[in-house]
Write a protein that binds this ligand. Structure first.
Ligand SMILES: [Zn+2]
Length: 538
């Protein structure tokens, strides 16, 4: 009877301080101590944003014929999908939205539409228009809820391992150095399989070159935080027997052959007495300058450290590009110095221009890494903005390539505890408050909230603080139910979206480790089943 029926189940979100801050070193989110929950951070205060009010239902949607025609188009599009693309994939582009839960995808599409001044819910991210999609089960060998290390082993090497480890089987326990260096426990990545087939390879990330997700293409470590020799030593291990990831990337197969490496994290490659291109000292204890090593190994390659240098690369006459655009991870795009740090789309464009020169094709891994980092900070606005930057890079990659020969797969490694909650009206600002419901305490609540995080917005009496009128901006922290140092990953399935040769294999509910095997099948690489096998091809 009342204009809206509300389940007033959720009674949470209550405030003490309002705060926010710049990007923090995201290592803290992923360090093994933190997985057991211990970090404390301080945050600064924030500035103003207007809370959105919902828009009226678009006029055409009141006509049932509108929806029937939307459905008719869907039927026709799905019938089209019966024409299977069974070409051999020359190229593979894998896009990884770190922490890009399905709630993140849905919220990001709303923000995309609302930035065009539409209601938003009806909009789509580029990859949502891909012809085929599946679900991916993200648990790891010893973890119900995964991290970005063991998931990288799954979706890049095709084997599930233990949490915090990368490129090694589940025989390797956390921090067991000797086990990780045993070749019998190391598992190779689809980047290595592609190199064997003569393809060009590489990766791009918005985090560091030695961060967990991209490291799945090249590293074998018992601890994702072995990014430099100093890091290895900080865990009581000897870098002489347990090689750090920066060292592995530059000197070992398959990393040493990568044609493209772009992201942040320059400090891991330089000795502590040398300043990097961003004015900060390196952190290596072994005196190695891995950037010089890389340049000596690749006389036809080019090293770039800012956006202008990247955009000036003549991709027709360089063999390799190493781009490191910050000392630590790159900054959140929304708050970055755009004259210094390129966008994910800009990095993607330069990389593809170079890679497309190889007539045998290429494999590249491209990560939107700060979708996750921002979720850890419960900064939903930043996370959605990063998702839209990721979306732009994917659209560009699809526009630059031919679906007849280039397979693009978009997925996430794991979810995050973000929820889209209540019964907000159509077109309500996805970053604002639900204008159509109150908590049992009579106060409004934000449509987006997290399960765990730093701010419950509860006052000293245990009462929820009134969020209405509290200024917020894209950098603001959203409420969480359980107080924790940061937001945590979630264990529900994530989406897999595919376009190109054998995209129809990406269907159903998949074990995450099947993903690289499906890509390899389409491209006839690796040691598993491929479409080139006589006994499999049909
Ligand atoms: Zn994370």
């Amino acid at each position: 009877m009342s204009k809206i029926l509300f389940l007033k189940l959720l009674f949470i979100f209550l405030i003490i301080t309002l705060a926010s801050g710049r990007i923090v070193d995201d290592i803290s989110f992923h360090n093994p101590q933190n997985l057991a929950g211990q970090m404390v951070k301080t945050r600064n205060s924030i500035s103003v944003e207007k809370v959105g009010v919902n828009k009226p239902t678009p006029e055409e949607e009141k006509d049932p014929e509108f929806w029937r025609s939307v459905a008719r188009e869907q039927v026709l599009r799905n019938l089209e999908k019966q024409k299977l693309n069974v070409n051999k994939a020359k190229n593979i582009i894998m896009f990884l939205g770190d922490g890009m839960s399905l709630s993140t995808v849905a919220a990001a599409r709303m923000l995309k539409g609302q930035r065009k001044n539409h209601t938003g819910e009806e909009d789509s991210l580029s990859f949502e228009k891909f012809p085929h999609a599946a679900f991916s089960k993200t648990y790891c060998a010893n973890a119900q809820v995964a991290d970005s290390a063991c998931t990288a082993t799954a979706y890049l090497c095709g084997v599930k391992g233990n949490i915090v480890t990368i490129g090694v089987s589940a025989n390797v326990e956390y921090n067991n150095c000797s086990a990780s260096m045993d070749p019998a426990n190391q598992v190779s990545s689809i980047a290595a399989w592609a190199q064997k087939a003569g393809k060009s390879t590489g990766f791009i990330t918005t985090t560091t070159l030695t961060h967990a997700s991209p490291s799945g293409t090249y590293a074998h470590v018992a601890n994702r935080l072995y990014e430099s020799d100093a890091d290895v030593m900080s865990f009581g291990q000897d870098p002489a027997t347990c090689m750090d990831m920066a060292h592995q990337l530059v000197t070992q197969e398959p990393g040493r052959n990568f044609n493209i490496m772009m992201g942040g994290g320059m400090a891991k490659f330089l000795p502590k007495n040398i300043k990097d291109f961003h004015g900060n000292n390196g952190i290596r204890e072994d005196g190695r300058n891995l950037l010089s090593t890389w340049q000596a190994m690749h006389p036809g390659g080019v090293f770039v450290s800012n956006r202008e240098e990247l955009l000036n690369v003549n991709t027709s006459n360089v063999s390799h590009i190493m781009g490191i655009f910050n000392t630590k991870a790159m900054d959140y795009y929304a708050v970055s110095d755009k004259s210094q740090q390129p966008s994910l789309a800009e990095m993607t464009e330069t990389a593809l221009n170079l890679l497309q020169r190889n007539e045998k094709g290429y494999f590249i891994f491209i990560e939107g890494g700060h979708i996750d980092t921002a979720h850890h900070e419960n900064k939903a606005g930043i996370s959605l903005d990063e998702t839209l930057e990721f979306d732009k890079a994917i659209q560009l990659a699809r526009d630059m390539t031919d679906p007849e020969e280039t397979l693009i797969v978009v997925t996430a490694d794991h979810g995050h505890g973000l929820t889209i909650n209540g019964y907000p009206g159509r077109g309500t600002s996805i970053l604002g408050l639900n204008q159509h419901d109150l908590g049992a305490d009579g106060l409004k609540y934000s449509t987006l909230s997290y399960a765990l995080g730093p701010q419950q917005f509860i006052d000293e009496h245990g009462q929820r603080v009134d969020l209405d009128g509290i200024p917020r901006d894209i950098d603001s922290i959203y409420p969480s139910y359980v107080k924790s140092n940061d937001g945590h990953h979630s264990g529900e399935d994530v989406g897999v979206f595919a376009s190109g040769p054998f995209d129809h294999l990406f269907t159903g509910v998949l074990e995450q480790n099947a993903i690289p095997h499906l890509m390899a099948y389409a491209a006839c690489i690796g040691d598993g089943l491929t479409m080139c096998d006589d006994n499999v091809e049909e």
